[in-house]
Write a protein that binds this ligand. Sequence first.
Ligand code: ADP
Ligand code: GN1
Ligand code: MG
Length: 366
Amino acid sequence: MPKKDLQQMIDAISNFNITGVLNGCIAYGNGHINDTFLVICYDEAGKEHKYILQAMNQYVFKEPEKVMANIERVTAFLRTQTDNPREVMSLIRTKDNQAFFKDQFGSYWRMYDFITDAICLERPDCTEDFYQCAVAFGKFQRYLNDFPAESLYEIIPDFHNTPKRFEHFSQAVKQDAFERAKDVQEEIAFLTARQNFYPILTDSFKRGVLPLRVSHNDTKSNNVMLDASTRKALCVIDLDTIMPGFSVTDFGDAIRFGASTADEDEQDLSKVRLNLDMFRMYTKGFLDGCSGMLGNDEIMLLPEGAKMMTIECGMRFLTDYLEGDIYFKTAYATHNLVRCRTQLKLVQEMEEHWDEMKSIVKQYCR
Ligand code: ADP
Ligand code: GN1
Ligand code: MG
């Protein structure tokens, strides 16, 4: 994605209905996808007003209008489910009342109110914080229980369709456009050996065991805000990938990221372990947030959701490595490979602790 220059940013900001005069705009956060900026303005009384400005990633989001249409509908619905405005992301509309601004270069911009007095955790380091992230994502499922999931646009087709992801991965191995496959034979063998696992969730859906729900699809802990003073669950953010999907993949993606003892790009694999206490607390928090909404079949598939999201993410990182790092932002040449390896190590850990994971979730069946 081409870098945005300052003037382009200032022009974009001037199209939104913000309060005050622009004082500063700085790169913000650690997302892998969009270009995110913190915008600071001051009004005549000297009061500060903060906003989040994002240039949408148009390689990832081919139809930004559809992304914004989903976000508008879902945030409006969420607002009917809670009295606390701080629980829902607030889009700032443009001066001509649109949810986004398309500039003369074809870039799409959008703005949100900055959520003040809140924190978001790159990686939760205690079970209580992780519990709160789980409550936020569980509540998100509950609030959207009556929203017609199938009426949402499928923003990235087959986003968590792991068999399709494996097909794409196999093509990337075959094409080997950057002659990198020779260096990753072990990882290719690992992913190939687990082929029978990949259709488990899509088959459960086809058999009617797994219901279609509104899912967030990117439930990392840095996509949820906690209240800075109480550290209680506040607001789910990063709404780009809201689509029809499964509750168990929302659960799983959070486990993949937050129940690991190391960062997603840790180079020392001996540090990458599955923290079962974190798994236990996230399970409790997610089901507390869902408040009885999930059926026993769904609950029993939560461990599969965790393993599926982890192996799928490893596969996606390796696919991107083989294709020349075109999807995820990277900071160095082997960044995607390093990320892939942490995910595969975590899959191994889950396989070793499979019976414990299953028995933890079983306690919540009715
Ligand atoms: P990406 O899709 O690239 O991950 P996000 O929408 O998650 O982008 O934004 C990146 C980071 O910016 C988040 O992890 C969070 O730290 C911060 N952020 C995003 N929206 C807000 C907001 N409304 N208020 C405060 N911080 C925000
Ligand atoms: C991306 O946008 P961000 O950084 O929250 C990706 C997720 C991956 C994640 C891996 C739209 O999430 O699917 O799981 O990186 N988002 C998209 O860290 O592909
Ligand atoms: Mg994010």
